[in-house]
Every structure is written in C-alpha cells, then in structure tokens.
Design a protein around this ligand. Structure first.
Ligand code: IMP
Ligand code: MG
Length: 222
C-alpha cells in the first residue's frame, strides 16, 4: 500500500512568522522584465509570502515524496492513479506538480463552493463532480489550501462514497491555526507549506475571482 502507515508529510512550516517580502523590486513584472504589475494587483498586495523560488522548492519536495510513494505502488501492479484537481484554486499548483510526477496517472477535476469574499460560508456543495468513475482507483486529490478544514473534509467524504481503492490528499498551503474544532483531525497527507493566519492570493488562489494568475503567493491587503 502506498503510504501504508498513513504518515503525514509537511515540507515547510512558517506558522509563526509572517515574513513579507517587498515586491516592488522583485516584481517590476511577473517574469522579471519591466512589464507592469496590474494596478488592481498592486493595490491589493500587502507583500509577498512565497516567491516563485520558494514555491518551486516546496513543489520539488512534495513531488519527490509522491514519486517515492507511488513508484513503489506501480511496481506492485496496483490500481491506476487518478489525480483530481480541486478547481479553480489548485489548478496552477496541480499543473506544476503533475509535470514532476514520475508515475502514470490520469487527470480529473472537481469543483466545490463554500467561500464568499474572505470567509467560508460553512456549507459545501459540489459544483462540478469528477467526470469518470474512480471506484477501485487510487485517488490523489490536489487542493490549494486547507483553512477551516471543512472543504477537505467534505471532499474526502464525497470521494469516499465513490469507493476508490485509496484516497490521498496534497495541499500547497495549510493555515493550521484557522482549523475549526470539528475539523481538528483534518489535514492533507502531503502539505507543502504551513502558513500563518493571513488571507493569501496568487498561484491559483483568488480573492473574488482575481489574482489566480500571479506566479507567487502574496498576502492580501486588508
Ligand atoms: P476551508 O473549507 O475553510 O478549509 O477552505 C478551503 C477553501 O477556501 C480553499 O479551497 C480555498 O479555495 C479557500 N481559501 C481558504 N483560505 C484562502 C485564502 O487565504 N485565500 C484564498 N482562498 C482561500
Ligand atoms: Mg477559492
């Protein structure tokens, strides 16, 4: 079994320190050129929490562990792997992650709603379900961030009703201090970064639909 002892991995923890980097120098343009950061973005960013380099390091660490765990699995001739991206927040993370995975997998996606503005509504709804049956398959669910824990808990329960052979979860970010008591047990099996209680945008994460395309993770100005 992959990860048979169900060990959980956290690759970087910055729970207590909010070290915001100025982005004026780093970010004349996303690609280091003189392109202008959109005014909408500029006025909403308090500072940069994770640079593209830091994200790359987190990705490499999580991919290496997944490769170790799932390669072994493949050799044992286990069931096919389906990588399920949680839309839309995880699409940037997932597309970078999947290009570092050295085992075969198919892809699918799921969309769930709960958030309005910067607060979770606490009620969850599947907006778009997985398109193909995952019964008997190894589901690897890729999420952008675990906050109160409700979404991941809801998604895990929802996917388990489809009888996968296994379910493992990967999250780019975890705001561990925000977990609601009833979801205290909830965390991803693989977490790239534990971060403090701040609202983050960029690298797939949105505020009211915007900012997903920023290639770094920033803290939203309040
Ligand atoms: P939870 O159900 O409270 O754990 O919230 C998880 C979902 O809320 C994530 O999948 C995100 O889409 C969204 N979310 C939570 N925190 C943030 C944030 O800081 N920035 C952007 N989206 C967030
Ligand atoms: Mg969202």
């Amino acid at each position: 079994m992959v990860n048979a002892d169900h060990k959980k991995y956290v690759f970087s923890s910055m729970r207590d320190q909010v070290q915001l980097r100025g982005f004026d120098d780093a970010l004349r343009g996303f690609d280091g050129t003189d392109a202008v950061l959109p005014a909408l973005y500029r006025k909403n960013i308090a500072g940069m929490l994770l640079s593209q380099d830091q994200i790359g390091q987190g990705l490499a660490a999580v991919a290496a562990q997944l490769n170790r765990d799932y390669e072994r699995y493949e050799i044992q001739g286990a069931a096919p792997v389906v990588l399920v991206t949680v839309l839309h927040g995880a699409m940037v993370f997932s597309s970078d992650l999947m290009r570092q995975l050295c085992f075969p997998f198919k892809t699918d996606s799921i969309a769930v709603s709960s958030y309005e503005g910067t607060e979770s509504t606490g009620t969850y709804q599947v907006k778009k379900d997985i398109s193909h049956p995952v019964a008997g398959k190894q589901v690897l669910l890729v999420e952008d961030i675990v906050d109160t824990g409700g979404t991941l808990d809801f998604l895990a329960q929802h996917i388990k009703t489809k009888n996968p052979a296994s379910l493992q979860t990967v999250a780019l970010l975890d705001k561990a201090d925000r977990r609601k008591p009833q979801f205290a047990h909830v965390s991803a099996d693989y977490t790239c970064f534990v971060i403090p209680d701040v609202f983050v945008i960029g690298y797939g994460l949105d505020y009211e639909g915007y900012f997903r395309g920023m290639p770094f993770v920033a803290v939203k100005k309040t």
